[in-house]
Design a protein around this ligand. Structure first.
Ligand SMILES: Cc1ncc(COP(=O)(O)O)c(C=O)c1O
Length: 479
């Protein structure tokens, strides 16, 4: 339950009355359902920016009226008989529906990150997006003033053909040779993962992922009844011995990997490992999702070519996106694979949303076709490189005695591992109190861990300087 509301201090009504009415409204309109747990008094007071005693008084009143119920150390809940008290008409029990829904909710920490990203004054130390000041405003304005909107109808099932052709041309730079029929335009590469989960896998299948992995922060595959199984990583990426060991024992499998500038660790799989992995893939006839979201973003030396460039057995489903190298809001990504698979995924996409935004596809086509992509990457990479240098310097100054990390050669992330085990959720909350938003490593992992995913992409230089120093001060309180 996330509270985005504060009483109005200029109102004639007392804070008490406003909070009382707010809670009654939340319950009666079904936003807070029966049996849902309220945040603690302290958290409510913080979110609403009032004294804890005001919250306490309101909650006591609502408890005495039977609207809320206290369950000892478990907290305060919306009472079962609330509807009969509040509503003259009988309302559906949304909790029952929510509990039955197929898709699992986000982890609480991720829900909090999604909310606090939009709070004024928050320094976002973990956000995996390019900061607004790096956004290619001029190029986008040029594109917008030059495109002719003859039609904004739906596009064909696999997406706007000229864009698919442009993506084939772009991917040939990575030695990936494709026909436009092998490419499906999706609304961000996240949608490609959803389509795979419902179109290609059955409940009970296993999806192997690196430990840690971006995929662990989502519930896409688990919601469709699949298991995620962790494969260990070393400094060159996935541990092939561990993969082999676990593959032997399994039935229907798929591997999801981010070989280049891995999210969250920034690791790049080296070339020889890529070759060995492709051999394993062939030997076990193992389908693979290669997520290449950060392919363009190398600082000094290009990473090895994608697995897809070595794929002569049609085993690799390759996903890419414009979210990291241009704009996440455009919601344009792609998935490439064998024609039959792409056709099936395209068919499901048509049933899901009838195609990605035509206007976004048109912009993306111009972006590639007129060479904006190439031009923009030069400046973007150089900005990221200098921000990375700054963050590494700041880490050396403020973190060298309390944490370790690897220097990334591209991408957005530095994976900072604390030398001491501390309560990372508590740290996340403490950082929030100082207006620092961090991505704790446990959201990407199968177990607790004491890492933090720092991003060089979003915060400005001065925010990074303040934020990293402040974060080290907060962490030191735990040492
Ligand atoms: C590895 C990886 N894949 C996919 C995505 C999602 O990208 P999109 O905006 O294309 O859905 C992200 C975003 O953080 C990512 O890091």
């Amino acid at each position: 339950m996330i509270i985005n509301w504060k009483p109005n201090r200029d109102s004639d009504k007392s804070l008490y009355d406003q909070i009382y009415n707010y809670i009654i409204n939340q319950i009666s309109n079904g936003d807070w359902y029966i049996d849902s747990r309220l945040p603690s008094e302290r958290k409510l007071a913080e979110a609403m920016e009032v004294n804890r005693s005001t919250i306490s008084n309101v909650l006591d009143e609502l408890k005495s009226e039977g609207v809320l119920i206290s369950r000892g150390s478990k907290g305060t809940f919306v009472a079962n008989n609330t509807w009969s008290i509040l509503a003259s008409t009988s309302q559906p029990n949304w909790k029952k529906y929510l509990d039955q829904g197929i898709h699992k909710p986000n982890q609480t920490t991720i829900q909090m990150i999604n909310k606090y990203e939009f709070e004024d004054g928050m320094i976002r130390l973990g956000t995996g997006e390019i900061s607004t000041d790096l956004f290619p405003t001029e190029y986008v304005n040029e594109i917008m003033s030059n495109i002719t909107l003859n039609s904004l109808n739906y596009e064909e099932p696999l997406g706007y053909k000229p864009l698919r052709e442009a993506i084939c041309k772009y991917l040939s730079k990575f030695d990936i040779e494709l026909k436009p029929e092998q490419v499906l335009i999706v609304s961000g590469s996240l949608q490609a993962l959803s389509l795979i989960s419902i179109g290609l896998l059955q409940p009970g299948s296993t999806v192997f992922v690196e430990k840690p992995s971006y995929l662990k922060s989502l519930h896409i595959f688990q919601s469709a009844g699949m298991k995620l199984k962790e494969i260990l990583m070393d400094e060159d990426g996935i541990d092939l011995n561990d993969l082999r060991k676990k593959l032997n024992k399994s039935g229907t499998n798929m591997l999801y990997t981010i070989p280049t500038f891995h999210n969250p660790t920034g690791i790049v799989m080296n070339e020889s490992k890529r070759k060995q992995l492709m051999e394993i893939i062939k030997e076990f006839q193992l389908p693979v999702i290669e997520d290449d979201a950060y392919a363009d973003l190398w600082f000094s030396k290009a990473p090895p070519k994608p697995l897809k460039s070595m794929d002569d057995s049609g085993s690799v489903l390759y996903t890419g996106t414009l979210s990291k190298s241009f704009s996440p809001g455009l919601r344009i990504g792609w998935i490439a694979g064998s024609e039959s698979v792409i056709e099936r995924l395209g068919d499901i996409k048509m049933q899901t949303d009838y195609g990605s935004s035509s206007i976004s596809q048109l912009i993306a086509f111009e972006w590639f076709d007129k060479g904006y992509h190439e031009r923009y990457q030069i400046g973007l990479k150089s900005s990221l490189k200098s921000k990375c240098k700054l963050v590494l310097e700041l880490l050396s100054t403020h973190f060298s005695d309390i944490a370790k990390w690897q220097k990334p050669n591209g991408g957005f992330y530095i994976w900072v591992t604390l030398k001491k085990d501390i309560n990372m959720f508590k740290l996340f909350e403490d950082a929030l109190k100082s207006k620092l938003l961090i991505n704790p490593g446990y959201i990407y992992d199968f177990n607790e861990n004491n890492s933090i995913r720092l991003s060089i992409a979003y915060a400005t230089g001065s925010e990074l300087e303040y934020g990293i120093r402040k974060l080290s001060e907060i962490i030191r309180k735990y040492y």
